[in-house]
Design a protein around this ligand. Sequence first.
Ligand code: CU
Length: 106
Amino acid sequence: MRIACEGRLGLVGLGLLLSVLPTEAATIEVTIEKLEFKPAVINATAGDTIRWVNKDIMAHTATADGRFDVVIQPHQSASTAVSKAGAVDYYCRFHPNMRGRLEVAE
Ligand SMILES: [Cu+2]
C-alpha cells in the first residue's frame, strides 16, 4: 500500500517534470564533416544553444557577421547561444563555401 502510493507520487512528479521541460532552453548539435555543416539548416528557439562538433582534421568557424564568430578546432566542439529570433545565415571564414542557416523562433 505504502509502496503503491509512493509509486503514484513518482509518476506525478515525472509528469510535472515533463510538462516543464519543453520550455527549457535546448542544445542543438550541428556536425561539421568533410567541410559541410550537417544539417545545413536548423530550427531553434531564442535562448537555445547551438553546438558545433568538428569531426574534420582542420579548424572551422561558424561566423554570422555581427552575430557570432565561433572557432571550432579539429576534433573539438564549440557553442554559442542564440538570443534573438530571426533567420541567421552563417559561414566558415576559412572555407567560405561552407554555409549554414539558423531559423530562430521567438
Ligand atoms: Cu571551414
